[in-house]
Design a protein around this ligand. Sequence first.
Ligand SMILES: Cc1cc2nc3c(=O)[nH]c(=O)nc-3n(C[C@H](O)[C@H](O)[C@H](O)COP(=O)(O)O)c2cc1C
Length: 410
Amino acid sequence: MSKSKILFKISGSIAAYKSAYLISKLVQNGFEVKTVATESALKFVGNATLEGLTGHLVYSDSFAEGEMMSHINLMKWADLIILCPASANTINKLANGIGDNLLTSLFLAFDWTKPYLIVPAMNTNMFNHPATQSSLKKLNEWGIKILPTAEGYLACGDTGRGKLLEPDEIYEYILLALNQKNTEPAKRLKVLVTSGGTKENIDGIRFISNLSTGKTAASITDYFSRRGHNVTYLHTFDAAAPKSNCVNAEYMTFSELNALMKNILGKENFDVVIHLAAVSDYSLDSVETGDQKLVAPLEEKIDSESEKLVLNLKKNSKIIDSLKSYSKNKNLKVVGFKLTNNADEQTKVSMVQKLVDHSNCDYVVLNDKSDRNENVQANFKIFNKTKEIGSCETSTELAGIIEEFLINTL
Ligand SMILES: Cc1cc2nc3c(=O)[nH]c(=O)nc-3n(C[C@H](O)[C@H](O)[C@H](O)COP(=O)(O)O)c2cc1C
């Protein structure tokens, strides 16, 4: 169990109640947590909750008897400092060197070798305010990690930027910051991830698809985004959504995905495509009902009177084979995925080789459907063009391995 010490600072935002869940998760996972709260923060979340969860007094008063030096000592004690939620007011104070309470004074005593995360939470106008934006920019330039905000429904009734990131996602950022204190990636990559299973339209209501959930793709996207890479996520409407902020575009059919990739790779300079989309090998050609043969997809919903319905399919090309020719960047790397269904080792290896041969992709990730637990894929093997070069259990580990290979070869 990790024994890292987290100094958890809370300022006055309606999202402060979410920090209680995050603190509880940290404590349950073996972290030692001490909290520092502003006066306003304590109007949103109580001393009893914070002390009960952490087993430590809540620090709030700079001049509390016996704690007079806590603005220095707590900073020395911590391995990582997080301000969550970060109010607009406190962000603006930090960026201007104001130390008028314990939380802000602690920042003036900050030891710059330690990771410091700021997780903003506020109304969209407060977030977009030039003062807040310029403070965030300044803090970021000083080396403070500013986590993205989520978009969505805000307590004030508006919808937009400024919403606190989900606590489970913040937790992942904490782990990453602790593991990689000084190991920022050597390069920032521009990454295109495809996700979900294509849907081949029969009649505008029904379609043919596959079991792809998009969960591995979303997890890989989150890893790359958290590491500061620039990620674009192409997904079907039902694919899992990444928690991190990235550029999104939706597709449905093989043809739509093909056109989207051709367009985007031709326009923008991507370093890599991580192609997890499960693309249909066939699309609908025609539908036979009774004595009628109709060109598919049909404009109107097929009625269910006919005893027999015949779907004629036509073969699609392999999108992965064309990615390098679509790409403006002629040094594009392609990571392909091969899912097998209870295949033996020899079959798996020959399927990987076949994929490399026809697509000229640089890496192939092999996984088998039997390694899916509750729809979450585990156990991945990674191959280059000639041999197996790594294996891992989880999608986050997989993302780390892919990142390392890419950075070493690009
Ligand atoms: C109900 C309510 C909700 C608030 N929510 C937020 C918020 O989400 N983000 C924010 O920056 N300020 C919010 N504020 C305003 C801050 O609490 C206020 O600016 C306060 O002075 C911040 O103090 P602090 O930064 O010292 O914690 C809210 C105020 C109220 C009354």
